[in-house]
Ligand binder design. Structure first.
Ligand SMILES: Cc1cc2nc3c(=O)[nH]c(=O)nc-3n(C[C@H](O)[C@H](O)[C@H](O)COP(=O)(O)O)c2cc1C
Length: 159
């Protein structure tokens, strides 16, 4: 059994930034989720399309995930909040590579700084696992230093 797997999805780079910062503090395997169907439109259309897809839990066309979460004690999931929930890429990951009995940590990036609803919904979807910690980040790319510090503290406290 290996220690930690981090899986993350990022459309605009904020969750990718969070993931890369966490990698500075925790030695872990990392997989970035890639999907075929992303909201391509700019501006408000992106929010409408992506938000509707998140609410429907529609299939984003997730590329095959290489890592098997069952091989790890601990799973970290980092993602952007879409329409108050987790994006389709994360839902598709849970379907493609189901796992149980793991310690799970969640990192949610949002424009509002409020990821609680998304954490609640994802915790429901992670039934059979134990969510031990969450970190909510407000658009970390807009305030990299503060976000990096929050991530450092989160990494230090995670056990
Ligand atoms: C489709 C879509 C829906 C979003 N819905 C929300 C939301 O409900 N609440 C919120 O605070 N931010 C929302 N946002 C903003 C993102 O969560 C935020 O910008 C996040 O940092 C983006 O992460 P990323 O760069 O890793 O994609 C939404 C963004 C997109 C593209």
């Amino acid at each position: 059994m290996k220690d930690t797997l981090m899986v993350y999805y990022s459309l605009n780079g904020n969750s990718a930034f969070a993931a890369e910062e966490l990698m500075k503090h925790i030695d872990m395997d990392v997989e970035r989720l890639k999907v075929r169907n992303e909201p391509k439109t700019r501006g408000f259309g992106k929010f409408l399309k992506g938000g509707a897809a998140a609410l429907r839990g529609s299939d984003p066309g997730l590329w095959p995930v290489v890592a098997d979460p069952q091989d790890y004690y601990e799973i970290v999931i980092a993602f952007p909040v879409w329409a108050g929930t987790y994006p389709p890429a994360i839902g598709a990951f849970l379907k493609q590579k189901p796992f149980r009995g793991k310690s799970v940590y969640l990192i949610g990036c949002s424009a509002s700084g409020n990821a609680e609803g998304a954490f609640g919904k994802l915790t429901d979807a992670l039934q059979g696992n134990t969510v031990l910690g969450t970190l909510s980040l407000k658009n970390p790319l807009k305030n990299k230093e503060e976000a990096a510090e929050e991530i450092r503290v989160f990494a230090a406290r995670r056990h």
